[in-house]
Every structure is written in C-alpha cells, then in structure tokens.
Design a protein around this ligand. Structure first.
Ligand SMILES: Nc1ncnc2c1ncn2[C@@H]1O[C@H](COP(=O)(O)OP(=O)(O)OP(=O)(O)O)[C@@H](O)[C@H]1O
Ligand code: SF4
Ligand SMILES: [Mg+2]
Length: 328
C-alpha cells in the first residue's frame, strides 16, 4: 500500500517577468512518505522555495504553476478551488517559511499569533482553549510555556524560530515543509533546533520536507535526498547513497568529495562557475557549462533518468539507462 503524504509529478512553475520567463521549476518530481524526513538540496536559485510554494499553492505573481500534479494525502492540490486550499494549509501541510522568524508580528504576543491561526481554522472554541494549546505547543518545541505572553523582540533568534515551528505544528499537519529553518542562527542553536525538529518528527510521526544548503545537516537527519539544479531534480536516493556514492557531477561537487563516513563535518566545497540564468537555461544538460566531465552529447540533449525508480535515479549522460539486452 502506498503511504505517500506528498507526490509531486513533473511540475513546472515559471515566473512570467517583463524580461522573460524564469523557468524556476522545470519538470521536477518528488515524493514524501508518512514519517519520513526528506531533504531537498541545491544551490541558491535552483528553485527549492518555488517548489515549496507550489505545494502550498502560494506561488507569488508573476509566478504560475504551468503544469504537473501535486497530490497531498490523496488530494489533487492543483484541482482544488482556492477556498478548499486555504483549509488544507496548516491542517494537511504547513510551511516554516525561509526567514519566518523575522516576520512574526512585532506588536502581537507570540502566543496570540498561534491562537489566531487556531481560531481562523476553527480548531478551538475559545481563546482560553487556544492559550492552553499554545502552551502545549511551546512545551513540545522546547520553549517555556509562559513565553506565550512574550513579544517577538523579547525572544532570541532561536526562541523565535521555535515559535514559528510551534505555529507550523498547531493544526497537526501530516507534512511540514521547513525552508532553511536554521539559517541566520548560530551553529549551536542551529543544531539544537534541528534536534528538536527531528525529535518531534519521530514523536508525533509527521513527515518533513527539509529545504537546506547545509549538507552535513542533511547527512545527519535525512532519510532520503533530492538534489535540485536549475529547476530540475538531477539525482535522488537514500541519504547513505547520496553521501557514499554520489553519482551526478553536481552532487559530487556539492559534497566536495566522497566522505569516508556518514555525517561529514566538512565545509561545502565551492563549485566553479555560477548557476545559469533560468530565463535562458543552457541546452542539453543544464549543468554542462560547469561540468568537467561534459561530453558533446551533454551540450545537445537533455540526459535521461538512469532508472524508472522514482526514488533512486540520476539524470546524467554518464549514467544512461541500460538498453534491453545490454550487458555490463
Ligand atoms: N517573484 C519572483 N519573480 C521572478 N523570479 C523569481 C521570483 N522568485 C524567485 N524567482 C527566480 O526563480 C528562481 C528560483 O528561485 P527560488 O527562490 O525558488 O530558489 P531557491 O532554490 O529557493 O534559492 P535560495 O537557496 O536562495 O533560497 C531564481 O532564478 C529566482 O531568481
Ligand atoms: S550529463 Fe554531461 S554535463 Fe551533465 S552532469 Fe552528466 S557528464 Fe556533466
Ligand atoms: Mg529558497
């Protein structure tokens, strides 16, 4: 029996700007199972946040979901009227937005901001019940429950981020999308926040789609990994394989070298060159201008997926799928 909480199939999300069409997500597919922590990694501008916005049906103009399918707990998200989508948000899927801790309402007590979400979704009968739930959520994310009466400026960055996580959990969603949830925090706080997310994820069995640049973090916490480059998923597999046996030259570049053990504490090795302008993506393999292994075909034809397994493939001409009857 399939246990996916999220399936994204061949999704295209473009920004129709005055200077051209930005192909931010250009044929991306991914799946998240119940109770899994799946990481989506890739350099800045590869389309990660745009993909997350599409799952929430929150792509800002001039962006538009051009085609594809998004299935959330069996529901076809792209076919729902806006009103029904609003009901799904927070309840089925919630998102910890990139930089969210800086967008808490500065003139509202943090607990009241959670009560507001609960009231909007008619999840509570009165304010007192909401405050009780907010205290429970604060305990869950490692905050002193009395902190519900604090204003954002009275909290540290790490505490504010915990408030944002509490808010994302308020309506017991099946899936939480966490977009760079620890960026901007000091290293120790980052580790503590991530431990909290992992603990909660195991304790209450939710699924998490973690978007991050932080590969050592991914090695520590993720079950599976999708590597995104210039709007496309170029490689996916379980976390061990990504770190022990990275196949795509981009993945190899991202993790620097094959580490001798899982959980490398090494710094990200900078890849040569820049990601392409997604208004004019290069033909063939989008990575070819930066790839030291590029062959003539790479400049002309888009590489096929190496396998039909949606959870274990690479898209690179070095790993072309085996033809019928072909031997090693
Ligand atoms: N509102 C917008 N209008 C036009 N282009 C946009 C808009 N938002 C994002 N883009 C473009 O879409 C592409 C993907 O951006 P996106 O923010 O999804 O990347 P990302 O992988 O989340 O990057 P980062 O790691 O920096 O957060 C980029 O080329 C970006 O410039
Ligand atoms: S398809 Fe070619 S250019 Fe692209 S990553 Fe593979 S070898 Fe490099
Ligand atoms: Mg982003």
């Amino acid at each position: 029996m399939k246990t996916s909480v999220l399936e994204v199939e061949d999704l295209y999300v473009h920004y129709f700007t005055d200077t051209g069409v930005v192909r931010a997500v250009d044929g991306a597919s991914l799946e998240v199972d119940r109770g899994e922590l799946v990481a989506l990694v890739g350099e800045s501008g590869s389309g990660k946040t745009t993909l997350a916005y599409a799952i929430m049906r929150l792509v800002p103009p001039p962006g538009r979901i051009v085609k594809g399918r998004i299935i959330l707990g069996g529901i076809e998200v792209l076919e729902l009227p806006e009103e029904d989508i609003r009901k799904l948000r927070w309840k089925k899927v919630s998102m910890i937005f990139q930089g969210a801790m800086n967008s808490l309402n500065p003139v509202m007590r943090v607990g009241d901001q959670i009560v507001e979400v609960l009231l909007y979704h008619e999840a509570i009968d009165d304010i007192e019940e909401g405050r009780k739930r907010a205290r429970e959520l604060f305990r869950l994310v490692g905050l002193d429950p009395e902190r519900i009466d604090s204003y954002p400026h009275e909290l540290s960055g790490g505490q504010k981020q915990r408030v944002v996580i509490a808010m994302a959990l308020a309506l017991n969603p099946d899936l939480v999308i966490a977009d760079e949830p620890t960026t901007g925090l000091d290293v120790t706080t980052q580790a503590k926040i991530m431990d909290t997310i992992r603990e909660i994820q195991r304790e209450i069995g939710i699924s998490v789609l973690l978007i991050t640049h932080d590969l050592p973090l991914v090695a520590e916490v993720a079950d599976r990994v999708y590597v995104m480059y210039a709007g496309k998923i170029v490689e996916t597999s379980d976390v061990e394989k990504i770190f022990y046996k990275p196949r795509h030259p981009y993945t190899r570049g991202l993790i620097g070298a094959v580490p001798s053990h899982i959980g490398p504490k090494k710094k990200l090795v900078a890849l040569p060159g820049e990601p392409p302008d997604l208004r004019y993506p290069p033909p063939g393999c989008r990575f070819h201008p930066r790839c030291s292994l590029a062959m003539p075909i790479c400049r002309e034809k888009e590489p096929p997926l190496s396998s039909r397994d949606p959870r274990d493939y690479v898209s690179c001409w070095l790993y072309r799928p085996r033809e019928a009857g072909e031997n090693d």
